[in-house]
Design a binder for this molecule. Sequence first.
Ligand SMILES: Nc1ncnc2c1ncn2[C@@H]1O[C@H](COP(=O)(O)OP(=O)(O)OP(=O)(O)O)[C@@H](O)[C@H]1O
Length: 350
Amino acid sequence: MAEIDFSNISKLYAGKPAVNTLNLQVASGELVCLLGPSGCGKTTSLRMLAGFLTPDAGDITLDGRSLLPLGPEARPTAMVFQRYTLWPHMNVFHNVAFGLKLRRVSKADVARRVGQALELVGLPGMEGRSPSQLSGGQQQRVALARALVLEPQVLLLDEPLSSLDAKLRVSLRGEIKAIVRELGITTVFVTHDQEEAMAVADRIAVMFGGELHQADAPGTLYARPATREVADFIGTMNFLPASATGTHLHAGPLAFELAGEPISGPLEVAIRPEDIYFAPSGIPAEVISESDLGHYREMQLRVAGLDAPLLTFVPRGEGSAAAVQVRRAVVYAGGQLVGEAVPVPRLVSR
Ligand SMILES: Nc1ncnc2c1ncn2[C@@H]1O[C@H](COP(=O)(O)OP(=O)(O)OP(=O)(O)O)[C@@H](O)[C@H]1O
């Protein structure tokens, strides 16, 4: 078991909260990504969990026991940092073995565990190499082996892939996911890259300005962003001002039925670009710009009755027409999600 609980955690710098009343649970064996723009408090949260920073309020527990009285070295956590932090004068073996030696593990066990850890990260037999003889990706694998060899209950990853090139990032993130799954190790992974978070996480915790806005599975986060900020940050979104009467919503010529409590007043309807499609029976629209992005086309549309253009993604091979329809939308009041909405077919006047 290794269940983490951030309970009402706050951290202030010069009286300003870097993390404000964070409540977040990470289940045993779960991989949770902390995601958000620069300065949102994700690194501060991770460092409090690791013991490098002390919270000003709240508690962090592991399996119900507070971690706060323990220094970093006494916590059952191991961290991998953004920059390869290998000791350049030590070979791979000694880099990975370092923590075990501090723990007075026997020589034979050190050799066995280092061998196993290197195998796990795909670098078997590399013990004798010096860090300068390794690529960036290999160095980060060694850093991962150095963390895993300690058999921590909790693995902490602080932007571990951000100094690698794009292709390598994609392959290594897949490997990290597979390794932590195999080991069943509770993992907290900090990233500002939403695609990375979507690809690796069981759940993503999205933070803005020190506040947690939503912690959900990637699919849920994408389909039902809890706040307008999450909706804007994750993927691409069209926002339209709308008004409501009960469960009937209007955004210019678009009419929706809200699946939720009746509501009144000003709202915003948010529509993913891929949920806008060409349909001859839809609302008149004109393509004002278009870019071919390979597997799909991105189009700006001027839709009759709407002030702002709508962005749509059109799969390769699909044609366009002079009218559009909407598949689904999500609705925000005061920046908070109030529900999903489905379009009401437009009555065609004859
Ligand atoms: N040592 C410090 N002294 C003062 N302010 C700090 C300190 N460390 C962080 N902050 C502030 O706390 C807030 C949260 O910082 P944090 O590093 O946790 O954000 P982050 O989401 O990890 O950002 P990034 O992706 O840029 O690392 C920021 O406003 C930052 O400026």
